[in-house]
Design a binder for this molecule. Structure first.
Ligand code: BTN
Length: 322
């Protein structure tokens, strides 16, 4: 860990109260000038750190900035190795780079802002500063490639539950991996995998989750404003929730992931489906047709009736529009 991360952990632990420069320098084993420099770097990263002569340093009680310490504080399963970046291109790309360097399972990269956030099907994911949670978890699953879809569906169920538990909002899941609140998409999930050609199994997978937590100032860009929504309006939001929410997603996902053969996530996933019981448009290449959605099978495929004839739809081949 870098000095600034260690300093941040100490200030997070005393959030809202001053810690003297002397105490910080002896706890960290560095000079007071080095403490001052690390505090300046943290301010540049966007942390609201106050300092006062004779009192020391204080992380403002209203600070909402994500940090490894703030997230870990709320985590029950302490298996995640967490890095929070003030800004990055895409946390999925960061995680893939770490995976290639041999990083271990459950390495997590989160960022306050992505300037090249990636969505599914080559789309971009709008990831403005400080209003969302953008993170990627490195997984090294021992499972056949065909089962990789379960990572995404388990993540959708885990995230939906976390939003409901922490934020008290009712969520719905649109097959395969979009989470909706009141008709607007508040979360997207992108899982990218690398295949070990020799064994034909997954070498690693990067699970990327983006949640629009607070409505961005000025709203969403016009191109997505009819689809995108947020968990909270800016007036409703209480600082600190983003860290709690991220920790809850991690804890829920960890439980599902470590019990994959039981597919415990399926029940949570199915009961939040916003498609079941509706008539939707199935899009398969250039072909579009209406179908009644009747269910989701144990392999996370969509069960539909097309002109009364049953069909099973695979997420790799089709998408569905309500
Ligand atoms: C989608 O809805 O199309 C999927 C969006 C996935 C966005 C997340 S944000 C964290 C991670 N990093 C990325 O570049 N994308 C995913």
């Amino acid at each position: 860990m870098k000095t600034k991360d260690n300093l941040l952990s100490l200030l997070e632990a005393a959030k809202g109260s001053y810690v003297s420069g002397e105490d910080l320098s002896s706890s960290l084993g560095i000079s007071r000038t080095a403490v001052w420099k690390a505090a300046s770097t943290l301010r540049e990263d966007g942390y609201d750190i106050l300092s006062a002569y004779g009192k020391g340093y204080c992380l403002s009680s209203g600070s909402d900035r994500l940090s490894a310490f703030a997230i870990s504080q709320h985590l029950q399963n302490k298996v995640f190795s967490i890095t929070v970046l003030p800004e990055t291109g895409s946390t999925n790309n960061d995680s893939k780079a770490l995976a290639e360097k041999g990083a271990s399972e459950f390495t997590l990269v989160a960022s306050e802002h992505q300037n090249a956030g990636k969505g599914r099907l080559g789309r971009s994911f709008y990831s403005p500063e400080g209003t969302g949670i953008y993170f990627s978890i490195l997984l090294r699953p021992r499972m056949p490639i065909g089962d990789a879809l379960y990572i995404t569906t388990a993540a959708a169920a885990a995230t939906s539950r976390a939003i409901e538990d922490v934020c008290g909002k009712r969520t719905g899941i649109k097959w395969v991996n979009d989470i909706f609140i009141a008709g607007k998409k508040v979360c997207g999930i992108l899982t990218e995998a690398s295949i070990d050609m020799e064994s034909g199994s997954l070498a690693y997978a990067v699970l990327g989750i983006g949640i629009n937590v607070i409505e961005p100032e000025g709203g969403f860009p016009e191109a997505i404003s009819n689809v995108a929504g947020s968990v909270y309006s800016s007036k409703e939001y209480v600082p600190g929730i983003r860290s709690r929410l991220l920790a809850a997603v991690l804890d829920n996902f960890y439980l599902y992931y470590t019990a994959f053969p039981e597919k415990a996530f399926l029940e949570d996933y199915r009961k939040r489906s916003i498609l079941i019981g509706k008539v939707a448009t199935v899009i398969r290449g250039d072909l579009q047709y209406p179908a009644e959605i009747t269910g989701i099978d144990d392999n996370c495929r969509l069960l539909v009736l097309r002109e009364g004839v049953p069909e099973t739809l695979d997420s790799g081949e089709v998408s569905v529009r309500l």
